[in-house]
Design a protein around this ligand. Structure first.
Ligand code: NIG
Length: 382
């Protein structure tokens, strides 16, 4: 057993409902798990001691939505968008071509590089999706590569109907041979339920078949306009519905009355020149709101959870407290995980030290890299 004491914590955000936020605090972790949390003056001894000299400490970010199994680049599409071209789901096909053409090594190196980039900014749990293969061979390859590297892996064969394919035939493939081959490597299945991707009936078919295979469910919904995604996600009991940019009152009410997390992806909305999601309406109605990066080469090429939090506070009118909860505890809820996203005794020792006295600085100092140190399961990452 090796134990580490982190002391001199100016502000300790635990996200534990009873412990809340402490000042002048300390935390001990032993063998990768939080062992003790409390006032610095009564901290127990440990094998190693780190004094963070008044800085803020919080749980590592839980980034519950990324698409990191890709190759290639879409800078030209981004430039066109900044010049006024609209974002459409069709751009996905460009990355599908580049990903299919890449070697396993390239796809894995890209995945590892982006995860390392995220970890260096305080992310300690990360989900990622297939969805740039769109045939049995390439979807299985992506799932297999991700299974050894990411914390949570999602099957997104239903990301786009490949150009030239018949939609109903493609859905039959996704819920047949593709699902059979990919399911052993993943915990989750997802569908892009949107105009230009999959309609309500096709999405329901994907979700029902995936559930029958034992996979947990997630939905991409209401990204480019109002539509059936949120309603369907709640109906099937999905863990999360992601984007939620355009919501009717009925969508907000449905989310508020459900255990489906509304995962907001503000970096994507900014990069695609959409409105920002109605976070206040969701929170005021009682919905559980998470924030995630949606890192992908098309619509949101960032691994920065801090950027999402800054945006959520400055532009979406979330409080700092709500935004930090959304990026930690509620990210974990979106993944149905109770071992991460908080620093209660027994939780995984995912510890993020800011180079700041409080989490308020995440919004007060926009764009400034504030990650000072990161431990993941008790192992120092930076
Ligand atoms: O979450 N919405 C669908 N999928 C991604 C976009 C992927 C892409 O454009 O490559 C998203 O925004």
């Amino acid at each position: 057993m090796t134990s580490t004491l982190i002391t001199g914590i100016g502000e300790l955000t635990t996200k534990d409902p009873e412990l809340g936020r402490l000042t002048d605090a300390a935390l001990v972790f032993t063998d990768g798990l939080v062992a003790w949390v409390g006032p610095a003056t009564s901290a127990p001894a440990a094998d190693a001691r780190v004094d963070v000299e008044g800085r803020a400490v919080l749980p590592g970010w839980v980034d519950s939505h990324t698409h990191l199994l890709f190759a290639g680049d879409r800078t030209a599409e981004f430039e066109a968008r900044m010049a006024g071209t609209s974002y459409t789901a069709g751009g996905i096909a460009v990355t599908v071509g580049a990903t299919r053409a890449a070697s396993d090594r390239e796809v894995e190196d890209n995945l590892r590089r982006h995860i390392a980039e995220a970890v260096s900014q305080g992310t300690t749990t990360i989900e990622t999706k297939t969805g740039y293969g769109l045939n049995v061979v390439d979807e299985v390859r992506s799932a297999r590569i991700a299974a050894g590297v990411a914390d949570e892996v999602t099957f997104l064969g239903a990301h786009l109907v490949p150009p030239g394919a018949d939609a109903d035939e493609y859905v039959a493939l996704v819920i047949g041979d593709m699902l059979d081959a990919v399911a052993p490597h993943v915990r989750w299945a997802d569908v892009f339920c949107e105009q230009g991707a999959f309609d309500e009936d096709q999405s329901r078919a994907v979700l029902e078949a995936s559930r029958a295979k034992g996979l947990g469910l997630r939905v991409h919904g209401n990204q480019l306009g109002e539509g059936p995604g949120v309603r369907l996600a709640v109906e099937v009991g999905a863990a999360s519905v992601d984007h939620c940019t355009y919501l009717s009152s009925a969508d907000v009410d449905a989310l508020a009355g459900s255990s489906t997390v509304a995962t907001l992806l503000p970096a994507c909305d900014l990069s695609t020149r959409q409105s920002l999601p109605p976070a206040r309406r969701l929170l005021d109605a009682g919905a559980t709101v998470a924030l995630a990066s949606n890192c992908n080469p098309g619509s949101s090429y960032t691994t920065s959870m801090a950027y999402c939090i800054t945006t959520a506070v400055l532009q979406m009118r979330m409080t700092i407290e709500e935004a930090v909860t959304a990026a930690t505890l509620n990210g974990a809820k979106a993944l149905r995980r109770n071992d991460v996203g908080h620093l209660s005794p027994g939780a995984r020792a995912d510890v993020h030290v800011l180079d700041a006295p409080s989490t308020t600085h995440l919004a007060y100092r926009p764009g400034v890299p504030l990650t000072r140190a990161v431990w993941r399961a008790g192992v120092r990452q930076r």
